[in-house]
Design a binder for this molecule. Structure first.
Ligand code: 5AD
Ligand code: SF4
Length: 447
């Protein structure tokens, strides 16, 4: 009889990709995917803890499985990912939800198969949380079961050394560990050979790639190496820390047409005092200089960012500095967050925590500004053409969809299956965040 798995993912791209690895491991054990929790023999939660609400979502959804587990005692419930890696989290989870069978930390993902065997061999719950000491395996083969064709994620490094004062990531993901360039190149080349058309390189701070392995190959050199392949594909990367974002990288992005001219450069705040308290190691002036350099080399470059309001001691004046920076940097769009204290981080212990009321007021004003800028930028696409990589068919809207180089979603109708193909669209409607267009045949040039 077939056995089914169902994976629920929270958090960032890194987690989305790691869920593909979890899927790969489960398939090796004979499981196949299913469409609903109720059909599953194993349910895996791949959790996030970057903000409190990410944790609350996971807690709520795990709790909601109590009934299902009662009705189906053979069901295995596993919880992994960043949330479980926090000190005391595994115990807390087990206490709150005794029906959880397996708890595994971020460093134990590859052991999930063995943990499953262990659970199936005995009655007791299996808890495996390694401390942040894992090394990257020499021949770290791609174990992922990918469902994101024509896009593929490739890890280039794990962990983070930066210790921004608000951030839990270094605690739950450990120190920076870079994969060997030859393993990354082999994985990327295999994916392109298989027909994948867009590769996104993942790391918490891609600009420090190789620093932990003696700088055998720098991040810009790695990008240039990948781009030696001349078939048509797109290359993206995330995330960059502005403090390490340099001219050499900008030059490589400018020189290689495969690299998308969309850079995600999280700034977090506009006030130098707050940036210092955040331990970001740059000022708003330095950030804007890097943006200027980027636009000098790549005039058509678009920029996105992450912004946070309500960091401890943030005054109205500090907040105004953030609004000011948003106006100056001309972001295409920004991901906006309310500061959420994370236990164990430096900022969580700071005096001057901001009230929910003030945080709410500031986030509303920030979102208002960001949205008005995004809308303004969007309307200029009307009548222009843009090239998208078709990635799916939306049966509700009855049309194909895909993203352009700048990450904008474009919709179009076609009588042929276009998934995995580059399609040039003439934009007929750009009123919302999505673009609607008509296919322009025999023209692959972008305007
Ligand atoms: N509270 C709110 N936002 C956070 N981020 C990271 N840590 C926190 C926190 N404690 C945001 C940052 C980061 C993005 C991934 O999440 O803006 O760039
Ligand atoms: Fe990703 Fe950070 Fe959330 Fe972990 S805690 S899933 S690294 S965003």
């Amino acid at each position: 009889m077939e056995k089914f798995y169902f994976i629920i993912t929270y958090g960032c791209q890194m987690n989305v990709h790691e869920s593909e690895k979890i899927a790969g491991i489960l398939r090796k054990r004979g499981y196949v995917s299913c469409n609903a929790e109720g059909e599953a023999d194993i349910i895996v939660f791949n959790t996030c803890c970057i903000r409190e609400n990410a944790e609350n979502h996971a807690y709520g959804n795990i709790g909601a499985l109590k009934k299902l587990k009662k009705a189906k005692p053979g069901l295995i419930i596993a919880v992994g990912g960043c949330m479980t890696q926090q000190p005391g989290a595994a115990e807390k989870l087990r206490k709150k939800f005794p029906f959880v069978d397996i708890v595994f930390g971020t460093h134990n993902l590859e052991e999930l198969g063995d943990l499953l065997d262990k659970k199936q061999a005995g009655k007791k719950a299996v808890v495996e949380i390694a401390e942040g000491k894992t090394v990257v395996k020499e021949n770290d083969a791609d174990i992922s079961y990918r469902t994101s064709y024509p896009n593929a994620w490739v890890n280039i490094m794990y962990g983070c050394n930066n210790f921004c004062s608000y951030c839990i990531v270094p605690y739950v993901r450990g120190r920076e560990r870079s994969r060997k360039p030859e393993n990354i190149l082999a994985e990327v080349n295999a994916l392109l050979d298989e027909g994948y058309k867009e590769i996104t390189l993942l790391g918490q701070n891609v600009n420090s790639y190789g620093n932990d392995t003696g700088g055998e190959m720098s991040f810009p050199a790695l990008l240039a190496e990948i781009c030696k392949r001349k078939d048509k594909f797109r290359l993206r990367f995330m995330t960059s820390n502005p403090k390490d974002f340099g001219e050499e990288l900008i030059r490589v992005v400018a020189e290689n047409e495969q690299i998308c001219k969309l850079i995600h450069l999280p700034v977090q705040a506009g006030s130098d005092r707050i940036l210092k308290l955040m331990n970001r190691k740059y000022t708003s002036g330095e950030y804007l200089k890097k943006v200027e350099l980027l636009r000098k080399y790549i005039p058509n470059c678009q920029l996105t960012t992450d912004l946070m309001v309500g960091f401890p001691t943030e005054t109205e004046e500090d907040f105004q500095d953030t609004l000011d920076l948003v106006r100056k940097a001309d972001f295409s769009t920004a991901f906006t967050f309310v500061y959420s204290p994370r236990s164990g981080t430096v900022a969580a212990g700071m005096d001057g925590q901001i009230s929910d009321e003030v945080k709410k007021d500031r986030i509303m004003r920030l979102v208002g500004l960001v949205n008005s800028q995004t809308r303004e930028k969007s309307s200029v696409y009307l009548g222009k053409t843009t090239e998208i990589l078709c990635e799916d068919f939306d049966s509700k809207k009855n049309c194909y969809l895909g993203r352009d180089e700048y990450g904008r979603m474009g919709y179009f109708t076609s009588s042929e299956n276009k998934i995995g193909q580059f399609v040039t669209l003439k934009i007929t409607d750009a009123s919302g965040v999505s673009l609607y267009g008509e296919e322009v045949k025999g023209n692959t040039e972008e305007e």
